[in-house]
Ligand binder design. Sequence first.
Ligand code: HEC
Length: 164
Amino acid sequence: MRQILLIISIHLLFSCNRHTDNTKVLQNRIDSLESKLADSYKPGLGEFMSSIQAHHSKLWFAAQNENWKLADFEVHEIMEAIEDIQKFESERKESQMTGMINPALDSINNAIQKKSLALFKSSYSLLTNTCNNCHRITGFDFNVVKIPDSQPFSNQDFRLNEPK
Ligand code: HEC
């Protein structure tokens, strides 16, 4: 009986040790994953905004050329960037306010679907005003966006190259 008890306790002692070993290994892996995650690249809000700025400008020239397919593409790029801001910049208080841009984006989408340049122009003003409203209320009022005067990229043709 004594022998059996001794064997059981030795066995328990070993399995307990193995358990602590496993916990240590797991903890080390978690620590190393955490430090890798902390070092991984994540675009900042300003970088997302610079991308939105480019799409905002391209959107204008696509519509001016009545290239509605490109306009549709550009407005969706803005929508994706807004979703990415909510996902990757959730800790910034401004990310909670991105919903304010939705009515303007809906209005742009509607103009594109109707292929109406007149509707597009008023929606685009609404959009641009919304950009600036957010900049104003978040303390970035020195960041003013406007309707662009000239095409942003000389290496892109904004005209539609197929029959309308
Ligand atoms: C929900 C609020 C919000 C909305 C809506 C918004 N922005 Fe911004 N924007 C910001 C904030 C905050 C910054 C400053 C980011 C930073 O900290 O770097 C910024 C910065 C910028 C910058 C400066 C980037 C640079 O490095 O020069 C541009 C350009 C810009 N936004 C364009 C736009 C455009 C175009 C729109 C509309 C289509 C828009 N933003 C809509 C909040 C907003």
